[in-house]
Design a protein around this ligand. Structure first.
Ligand SMILES: [Zn+2]
Length: 355
C-alpha cells in the first residue's frame, strides 16, 4: 500500500525531493485576497456593507452589525477651498514651489474683486500698489530677456537657467549696478554657453544681443573675476564657480559641419585635424574660428565632400580670404598630420586643392 502513495525513484545528485523542497521554502507573506467579508447574521452575498468613516467601522447595511473597526480611510485627504470653480475637482492644497531665482518666499495675498463693487476694487488697487515689488519686476524682466534671447538662438533651457542664475548672483550683490544691463545679460549667456559645453563665440553673442563685441569681452572678464571671488566667499564649497576655458577649435567643428550639412564623420575628422594643427604649432595666434574653418575646408575636400571657402565663411563667420591664407600655411604639413586611418575611411590626398 505504501508503494502506491510514494513514488520511489533514484534522485540525481544535488536534487531535492519534491515534498521536501515545498516544505523548506519559506512562504512569502501575501494578503489573501480571497477573503470576503460577509455579515455573520444576514449571510447576504454580495454583502451589503457600509463604510462609516466618521467612526472608522465597516457596518452591515442590512442589520447594523459592526463587522470591522479601525478602517483605513483611503480617500484623498485634500479639501477643496476654491469656491469659484465649484463642481470641479481641485486637488491643490499648496501653491507653486518658491522660485529660487526670485527674492523672498513669494507668498502673497491677493484681494479678490469680489462682487465687483467699488470698495473691493479700491481695496484690490490699494493692495496692488503696496505690493508692487520693483526688484522682482526688474528681475523678471531680465529673466524674460534672457529666455527670449536663448530661445531665438535655439539654446537649451539649461543654458537659459544657468544664465539666469548667474544674473541673479550679480543682481544680489549689486556689484554691477549702473553697468549696461544688456552687456551683463549678453555676458551671462556667453558664460552659460561655455559652462554648458555649447560654446558660442563673442561674434555670435554679439549678433544675438546687438551688444558690441568689445563690451561683451570687457563685461565677461569682469563677471568671471567676480563670480570666482563671490562663490569662494559665500557659496557652499561644492558649488564653486569653475572658470570657463576659452573655446576650442575642436568644439566649433561639430556645429559648423552641421551648418554645412556635412556628415558626422567629417566633423570628427576636422575636429581631430584642428587639434593636430594646434599641437604642431601651426596657425599659432589665429582664432579658434579660423582654425576650425580651415580644418573643415581641408577635410571636406579630403573626404570627397568639398565645401568652398565662401560656403564655410558664411557658417563660421570668418572671411573666405582668411580661410585661403590659413590653408596656404598648413598645406605643406598635410602629409605629417593626416592620419592613415582617415585615408582608409575613404580619404584621398589627391582631392585636396593645390595651395
Ligand atoms: Zn447583517
Amino acid at each position: 500500500m505504501a508503494s502506491t502513495m510514494t513514488e520511489e525513484r533514484a534522485l540525481s545528485p544535488g536534487e531535492v525531493p519534491e515534498t521536501q523542497a515545498l516544505t523548506e521554502r519559506p512562504q512569502e507573506w501575501a494578503q489573501n485576497l480571497n477573503i470576503h467579508l460577509v455579515c455573520a447574521d444576514c449571510k447576504e452575498y454580495p454583502p451589503n456593507l457600509v463604510e462609516e468613516f466618521a467612526s472608522g467601522d465597516t457596518v452591515c447595511g442590512s442589520c447594523g452589525l459592526v463587522l470591522q473597526s479601525h478602517v483605513v480611510d483611503t480617500r484623498s485627504e485634500w479639501r477643496t477651498f476654491s469656491n469659484d470653480d465649484q463642481g470641479n475637482d481641485d486637488p491643490s492644497r499648496i501653491g507653486e514651489a518658491a522660485n529660487p531665482l526670485l527674492n523672498g518666499s513669494q507668498l502673497s495675498t491677493t484681494i479678490a474683486y469680489g462682487q465687483g463693487d467699488a470698495r473691493s476694487r479700491d481695496l484690490n488697487r490699494a493692495q496692488n500698489r503696496a505690493n508692487a515689488d520693483k526688484t522682482t519686476k526688474a528681475l523678471l524682466a531680465a529673466y524674460k530677456q534672457i529666455g527670449t534671447l536663448c530661445d531665438s538662438y535655439h539654446l537649451s533651457h539649461s543654458v537659459a537657467d544657468t544664465a539666469r542664475q548667474l544674473y541673479k548672483m550679480t543682481d544680489d550683490t549689486k556689484a554691477f549696478k549702473g553697468k549696461s544691463q544688456d552687456a551683463i545679460i549678453a555676458s551671462t549667456i556667453f558664460i552659460s554657453c561655455r559652462q554648458n559645453n555649447v560654446p558660442r563665440t563673442f561674434k555670435e553673442i554679439t549678433s544675438l544681443t546687438k551688444v558690441p563685441k568689445k563690451e561683451i569681452g570687457r563685461t565677461f572678464k569682469a563677471l568671471e573675476k567676480f563670480f570666482q571671488k563671490h562663490t569662494q566667499s559665500t557659496v557652499a564649497k561644492n558649488e564653486t564657480y569653475t572658470t570657463t576655458t576659452s573655446t576650442k577649435a575642436q568644439d566649433l567643428c561639430g556645429r559648423y559641419c552641421s551648418g554645412l550639412d556635412l556628415p558626422q564623420q567629417i566633423s570628427v575628422i576636422a575636429g581631430e585635424y584642428a587639434d593636430e594643427m594646434i599641437k604642431a604649432g601651426l596657425l599659432a595666434g589665429r582664432s579658434p574660428l579660423s582654425i576650425a574653418a580651415v580644418s573643415i575646408y581641408m577635410m571636406s575636400h579630403l573626404m570627397g565632400m568639398p565645401k568652398t571657402p565662401k560656403e564655410i565663411s558664411l557658417v563660421a563667420g570668418v572671411s573666405d580670404g582668411t580661410i585661403r591664407t590659413a590653408y596656404r600655411h598648413i598645406f605643406e604639413d598635410r602629409k605629417a598630420l593626416i592620419k592613415p586611418v582617415w585615408l582608409e575611411k575613404g580619404g584621398n590626398m589627391d582631392l585636396l586643392p593645390q595651395a
